[in-house]
Ligand binder design. Structure first.
Ligand SMILES: Cc1cc2nc3c(=O)[nH]c(=O)nc-3n(C[C@H](O)[C@H](O)[C@H](O)COP(=O)(O)OP(=O)(O)OC[C@H]3O[C@@H](n4cnc5c(N)ncnc54)[C@H](O)[C@@H]3O)c2cc1C
Length: 474
């Protein structure tokens, strides 16, 4: 029987980064991936000469050491970009992240005055009132912006992407997605602009304070180059990556994994197993059962996405990297234009757009035919004057499961139950999908390097559950 120090389930960036780290220190690693390609959520499809990411995939991190390691991966070449983004509201394309003064100007006048007053009142009261008990994303947003801006800036887009009321979405999501201290600076900046009647539009200085960050890095031919480079580095140090591998059984007592690959069944022994695959998938591969964990899986949900790609016979449609569409009458959430990320993404003189639609596998949208969903996307793109009727030459549809962990108000307790059951000595969870954490790719890589370092340095504590990741810079 083959023996490995580590067997890693899943070759997304987390699994690959972990394999890179430990194999560079002489450990043997087997990575088992079910898909034909490595990359997981950070994959790039190739279709009729176009490179197609799963929506927007920019690489950015505050961790300089991590950035340096990623940018110098063998064969990795990334270009630095300044994010350009807009949001379609009140029939206009506004700069994004919001310039509140511009948002107020775009609104109908009465709504604008009331929203502006509500924002200012909230800001003043915030400094004197007792800190409220913040449980939901709604609480979190209202605490900073006030009720009226919540109705405009938060409710429409958030309820649209998550398919639920932000009052039922955990505030943890905001904490992971935005940085609170930057939000405070943002509020101050906007107030200063309002007081000085400065209604200028987008500027680079403002962007550095934006919750979404301003600078990012991106490869020439899609984000796939990132997992490919991690995989090359891991393999160069001796790690073995098997794609199209079907794991059929995990025995935690014997520390073995049974899998099918190349038409044959194999059994391999591990020192430690690292899972980056969906939590239920990892659970059902094992013989050990727990009714409470199974009950938790019924509520702990991952959200799925449909991507509709449209191919257009002109060099660019807009100069944005992406645009947001919070209007619930528009079926898609965002439009991402790949030729603005790298000219090599599209054949010369052509561009491609990715429209994303969040959904669940059992939802009627998931069941729509490719033609029906493409037609609806195009109709909405014409109505909002994002695309011109007749300029789209063709479309392509891709459906992606397990795209987002859903942080509803109960997820924390349920997750603790599941993680407590699955994580034990010699069995560890890692990454966005593997630990149900709203990670960007840099977070997944950072977690993986940290776990790898803990093994290499032989630290007793190896679990990377969400409470212990606080010191990782997000
Ligand atoms: C629409 C969208 C936009 C995003 N935008 C950005 C962005 O702009 N910037 C950014 O940094 N991040 C972004 N992310 C997040 C980023 O994609 C993820 O954080 C990262 O790719 C997660 O990597 P991972 O290895 O943790 O998980 P995954 O990529 O999910 O890896 C899990 C792997 O396990 C494999 N697997 C599943 N089941 C099995 C099984 N039974 N056996 C074997 N293998 C299995 C999967 O195929 C996959 O390869 C975005 C994600 C999405 C969905």
């Amino acid at each position: 029987m083959a023996e490995f120090d580590f067997i890693v389930l899943g070759a997304g960036v987390a699994g690959l980064a972990f394999a890179k780290r430990v194999s560079e220190h002489g450990h043997s690693v087997l990575i088992l991936e079910k898909e034909r390609e490595v990359g997981g959520l950070s994959r790039t499809l190739f279709h009729n000469g176009f490179y197609l990411d799963f929506c927007a995939h920019r690489f950015h991190t505050n961790n300089k050491k991590l950035l340096q390691e990623v940018l110098t991966l063998p064969g990795m070449e990334m270009t630095r970009h300044e994010k350009k983004s807009r949001i379609y509201m009140f029939g206009k394309y506004l700069k994004y992240p919001f310039e509140i003064q511009n948002l107020l100007r775009a609104m109908p006048p009465a709504q604008s005055v009331l929203s502006g007053l509500s924002f200012a009142k909230n800001y003043v009261l915030r400094s004197v009132r007792k800190k409220p008990d913040i449980k939901s994303y709604r609480d979190w947003f209202i605490d900073i912006y006030g009720e009226r801006l919540y109705d405009v800036m938060c409710y429409p887009y958030t309820s649209k992407i998550w398919r639920m009321d932000p009052a039922n979405l955990s505030a943890d999501w905001a904490d992971q997605r935005f940085q609170g201290e930057n939000m405070a600076k943002l509020v101050k900046r906007v107030l200063k602009k309002l007081v000085t009647l400065d209604f200028s539009s987008y500027s680079i200085e403002d962007d550095s304070l934006a919750p979404d960050g301003g600078i990012f890095y991106y490869p020439q031919k899609g984000i796939q180059e990132l997992p490919d480079a991690l995989n090359r580095a891991a393999k160069a140090s001796g790690a073995v990556t098997l794609c199209e591998a079907k794991v059929t059984k995990i025995s935690r007592s014997e520390r073995t994994v049974t899998y099918e690959h190349g038409g044959q069944t194999h059994v391999a022994h591990y020192g430690d197993i690292i899972s980056t695959i969906p939590l239920p998938a990892f659970y059902w591969l094992q013989e050990k059962r727990d009714p409470e964990v199974e009950a938790a899986f019924k509520q702990l949900k991952y959200m799925d996405i449909i991507f509709v790609y449209a191919f257009v016979d002109r060099p660019t449609v807009s100069n944005d990297h992406w645009l947001y569409f919070p209007d619930k009458d528009v079926i898609f959430n965002r439009a991402v234009e790949f030729s603005n990320w790298s000219p090599e993404m599209c054949p010369p003189g052509k561009t491609s757009i990715c429209f994303d639609i969040t959904t669940y596998e059992n939802d009627e949208r998931w069941q729509m035919s490719d033609d029906a969903i493409s037609n609806q996307v195009l109709e909405d793109a014409y109505r909002t004057e994002y695309l011109k009727r007749g300029e789209v030459t063709s479309t392509y549809v891709h459906r992606l499961r397990y795209a987002y962990p859903v942080y509803d108000l109960n997820y924390g307790k349920l997750l603790e139950k599941v993680v407590g059951f699955l994580e034990e000595e010699h069995s560890y969870l890692l990454g966005r999908t593997g630990i149900f954490r709203y990670n960007n790719s840099d977070n997944s890589i950072e977690m993986a390097f940290q776990l790898g370092d803990n093994f290499v340095e032989n630290k007793a504590r190896k679990t990377i559950f969400r409470h212990e990741i606080k010191d990782v810079s997000l």
